[in-house]
Design a protein around this ligand. Structure first.
Ligand code: ATP
Ligand code: MG
Length: 250
């Protein structure tokens, strides 16, 4: 389990801001997630969700604001350093190495960490990878090339690869259910709930799929034009006038 920090948050951002030219994609975002939560992050297209995930994972450098993970600043770290602090992620468009096997794709980050001076025995890394491929039901395809996988299977592969992060505290998922077959959707949901319950992994899940999020999350945060416009249970946000306006243009 991830211990709570002094302020009780696993992840906390303050004034998080990212601009692209004149566009403020993320605008002073305050996000606070408790250890062990499965939090939803929703908002209309272009509201800044992916940019937020890119900031949290170290892919983008914030123009202003702070990101704290377990009470420590991570907003100046590079992606592999953020990952080494226990933050995993998936990409909206699956990023896998098509000409490598499924197993090699899962092993890659852990082996790269070894090259940077990590100390996990290779045998343990291999065992961990095989176990995770079993969890996401891809073990039988482990020697297939990643380019042979369907879109949904590539998402499962990204998830297994993310779960290799050790220790793992926070998993950021950007649209993990988009365009995915219902069977695979169920596997993704089961994997999230299993890792949350068994290992106390905290999740931040960006999704447009309300019915799915409702089954996973108690609380959701709503973004609109880069800002956090609402936060709460589904019941609370569903009745929120600003949210309805943002979604329906009312
Ligand atoms: N690398 C970039 N360069 C320039 N503008 C960008 C870049 N990435 C995102 N934007 C712009 O920033 C805004 C927020 O984009 P972002 O991708 O974060 O939205 P989103 O909420 O993830 O949308 P979607 O639901 O469509 O995935 C959009 O106006 C987008 O066009
Ligand atoms: Mg997006």
């Amino acid at each position: 389990m991830t211990p709570a920090t002094s302020n009780g948050w696993l992840l906390e951002t303050r004034g998080l801001t990212k601009r692209f030219g004149g566009l403020v994609a993320v605008d002073g975002l305050p996000l606070a997630v408790r250890p062990g939560e499965v939090r939803g992050l929703i908002g209309p297209n272009g509201s800044g969700k992916t940019t937020t995930v890119n900031l949290l994972s170290g892919l983008y450098r914030a123009d202003a604001g702070e990101i704290e993970l377990r009470g420590e600043r991570i907003d100046r770290l590079r992606p592999h350093e953020v990952s080494a602090r226990g933050v995993a992620r998936t990409f909206q468009t699956p990023k896998v190495f098509g000409n490598m096997t499924v197993l090699e794709n899962v092993l890659l980050p852990a082996l790269a960490a070894l090259d940077r001076g990590g100390h996990r025995p290779r045998s343990e890394i291999l065992e961990h990878a095989r176990g995770l491929l079993e969890v996401v039901t891809l073990d039988r395809q482990r020697h297939a090339l990643a380019k042979e996988l369907s879109g949904g299977q590539s998402m499962l592969l990204q998830i297994a690869r993310g779960l290799m992060v050790r220790p793992i505290h926070l998993f950021l998922m950007d649209e993990p259910f988009a365009g995915v077959h219902p069977t695979i959707k169920d596997i993704i949901m089961e994997t999230i709930l299993r890792m949350n319950r068994a290992e106390g992994v905290t999740f931040l899940i960006v999704s447009h799929e309300m019915a799915t999020l409702r089954r996973l999350c108690e609380r959701v945060s709503v973004m609109h034009e880069g800002k956090l416009i609402a936060e709460g249970s589904f019941e609370e946000i569903a009745n929120h006038a600003v949210v309805l306006e943002a979604y329906l243009g009312r």
